[in-house]
Design a protein around this ligand. Structure first.
Ligand code: SAM
Length: 236
């Protein structure tokens, strides 16, 4: 990364004039102190990144020119999902930010037998999760935006999954023993349980559906730490 500010323009980017308003303009003008003539980068989450230059800046409006794309990447493989038990608000937000930095494609918050938090998740909370994910994508340089799904139960999530699933469990087999044998390009999901862990019923249902059970190391990690470690291992 070259340290230039990066802005995600989710409606799409093309070379030519660009106007940014609201929080994005305030971020560039205020926090990043961009002035007329300064350079920044824009992307839309489709694998392309464009250089841009500020033409005119006020505290809540930035007019810029976008130039031809100079960076392009194919989507990373394999597609990596993390199913993360819905833990306390701040920890969940931390997990989303760090999993996005570590390269998760899809972050699925799940309710499990031992975690019933947030069944009636407000739209505001989900919007905030998405904002955190976009900001993390801007900061870490990735070119594809992650998907943050609404909260579903572990059972429902399991029913809808057709790829490879690994249950993160301290008593599981060593991570690289099992993942070394997995197909390199097939979608991979790792499920991480709540403070109380997955129930035996949940682990059994998952293994009957073909899931593997893997350890992330000798120590007991908090849910949010386990989620980030799992994504980093899966991405590696
Ligand atoms: N006492 C709980 C148990 O029996 O599983 C510990 C739960 S831990 C705080 C929360 C979740 O993080 C676990 O359900 C598991 O998915 C994951 N986790 C934590 N440490 C792990 C490790 N060393 N290996 C694999 N998964 C781990």
């Amino acid at each position: 990364m070259n340290g230039l500010p990066r802005i995600c323009v989710s409606k799409g980017v093309q070379p030519g004039p660009l106007e940014l308003q609201g929080s994005q303009a305030r971020h560039l003008a205020g926090a990043r102190r961009l002035r007329d003539g300064d350079a920044f980068l824009v992307f839309a989450g489709d694998g392309l990144e464009y250089p841009a230059r500020v033409e005119n800046v006020s505290h809540d409006r930035v007019i810029a020119t976008v130039y031809d794309s100079v960076r392009q990447e194919p989507p990373p493989t394999p597609e990596v999902e993390v199913w993360c038990a819905n833990v306390r608000v701040k920890r969940m937000e931390w997990a989303i930010e760090k999993c996005v930095e570590a390269g998760v494609n899809v972050f699925r918050p799940i309710n499990t037998e031992h975690s019933a938090r947030g069944k009636e998740l407000s739209l505001g909370r989900h919007d905030r999760w998405r904002r955190i994910a976009v900001e993390a994508a801007e900061q870490c340089g990735r070119l594809y935006l992650p998907v943050i799904t609404p909260v579903l139960s572990f059972e429902e999530t399991l029913k809808g999954w057709t790829g490879t699933l690994v249950i993160a469990h301290q008593e599981g087999r060593p991570w690289f023993d099992i993942t070394a044998k997995l197909p390199k390009h097939a979608p991979l999901a790792v499920a991480v349980g709540p403070e109380g862990g997955f129930s035996t019923v949940e682990i059994e249902a998952a293994t009957q559906a073909g899931a593997l059970v893997a350890s992330l190391g000798p120590n007991t990690l908090r849910t949010e730490t386990a989620a980030v470690v799992a994504v980093a291992l899966a991405r590696s």
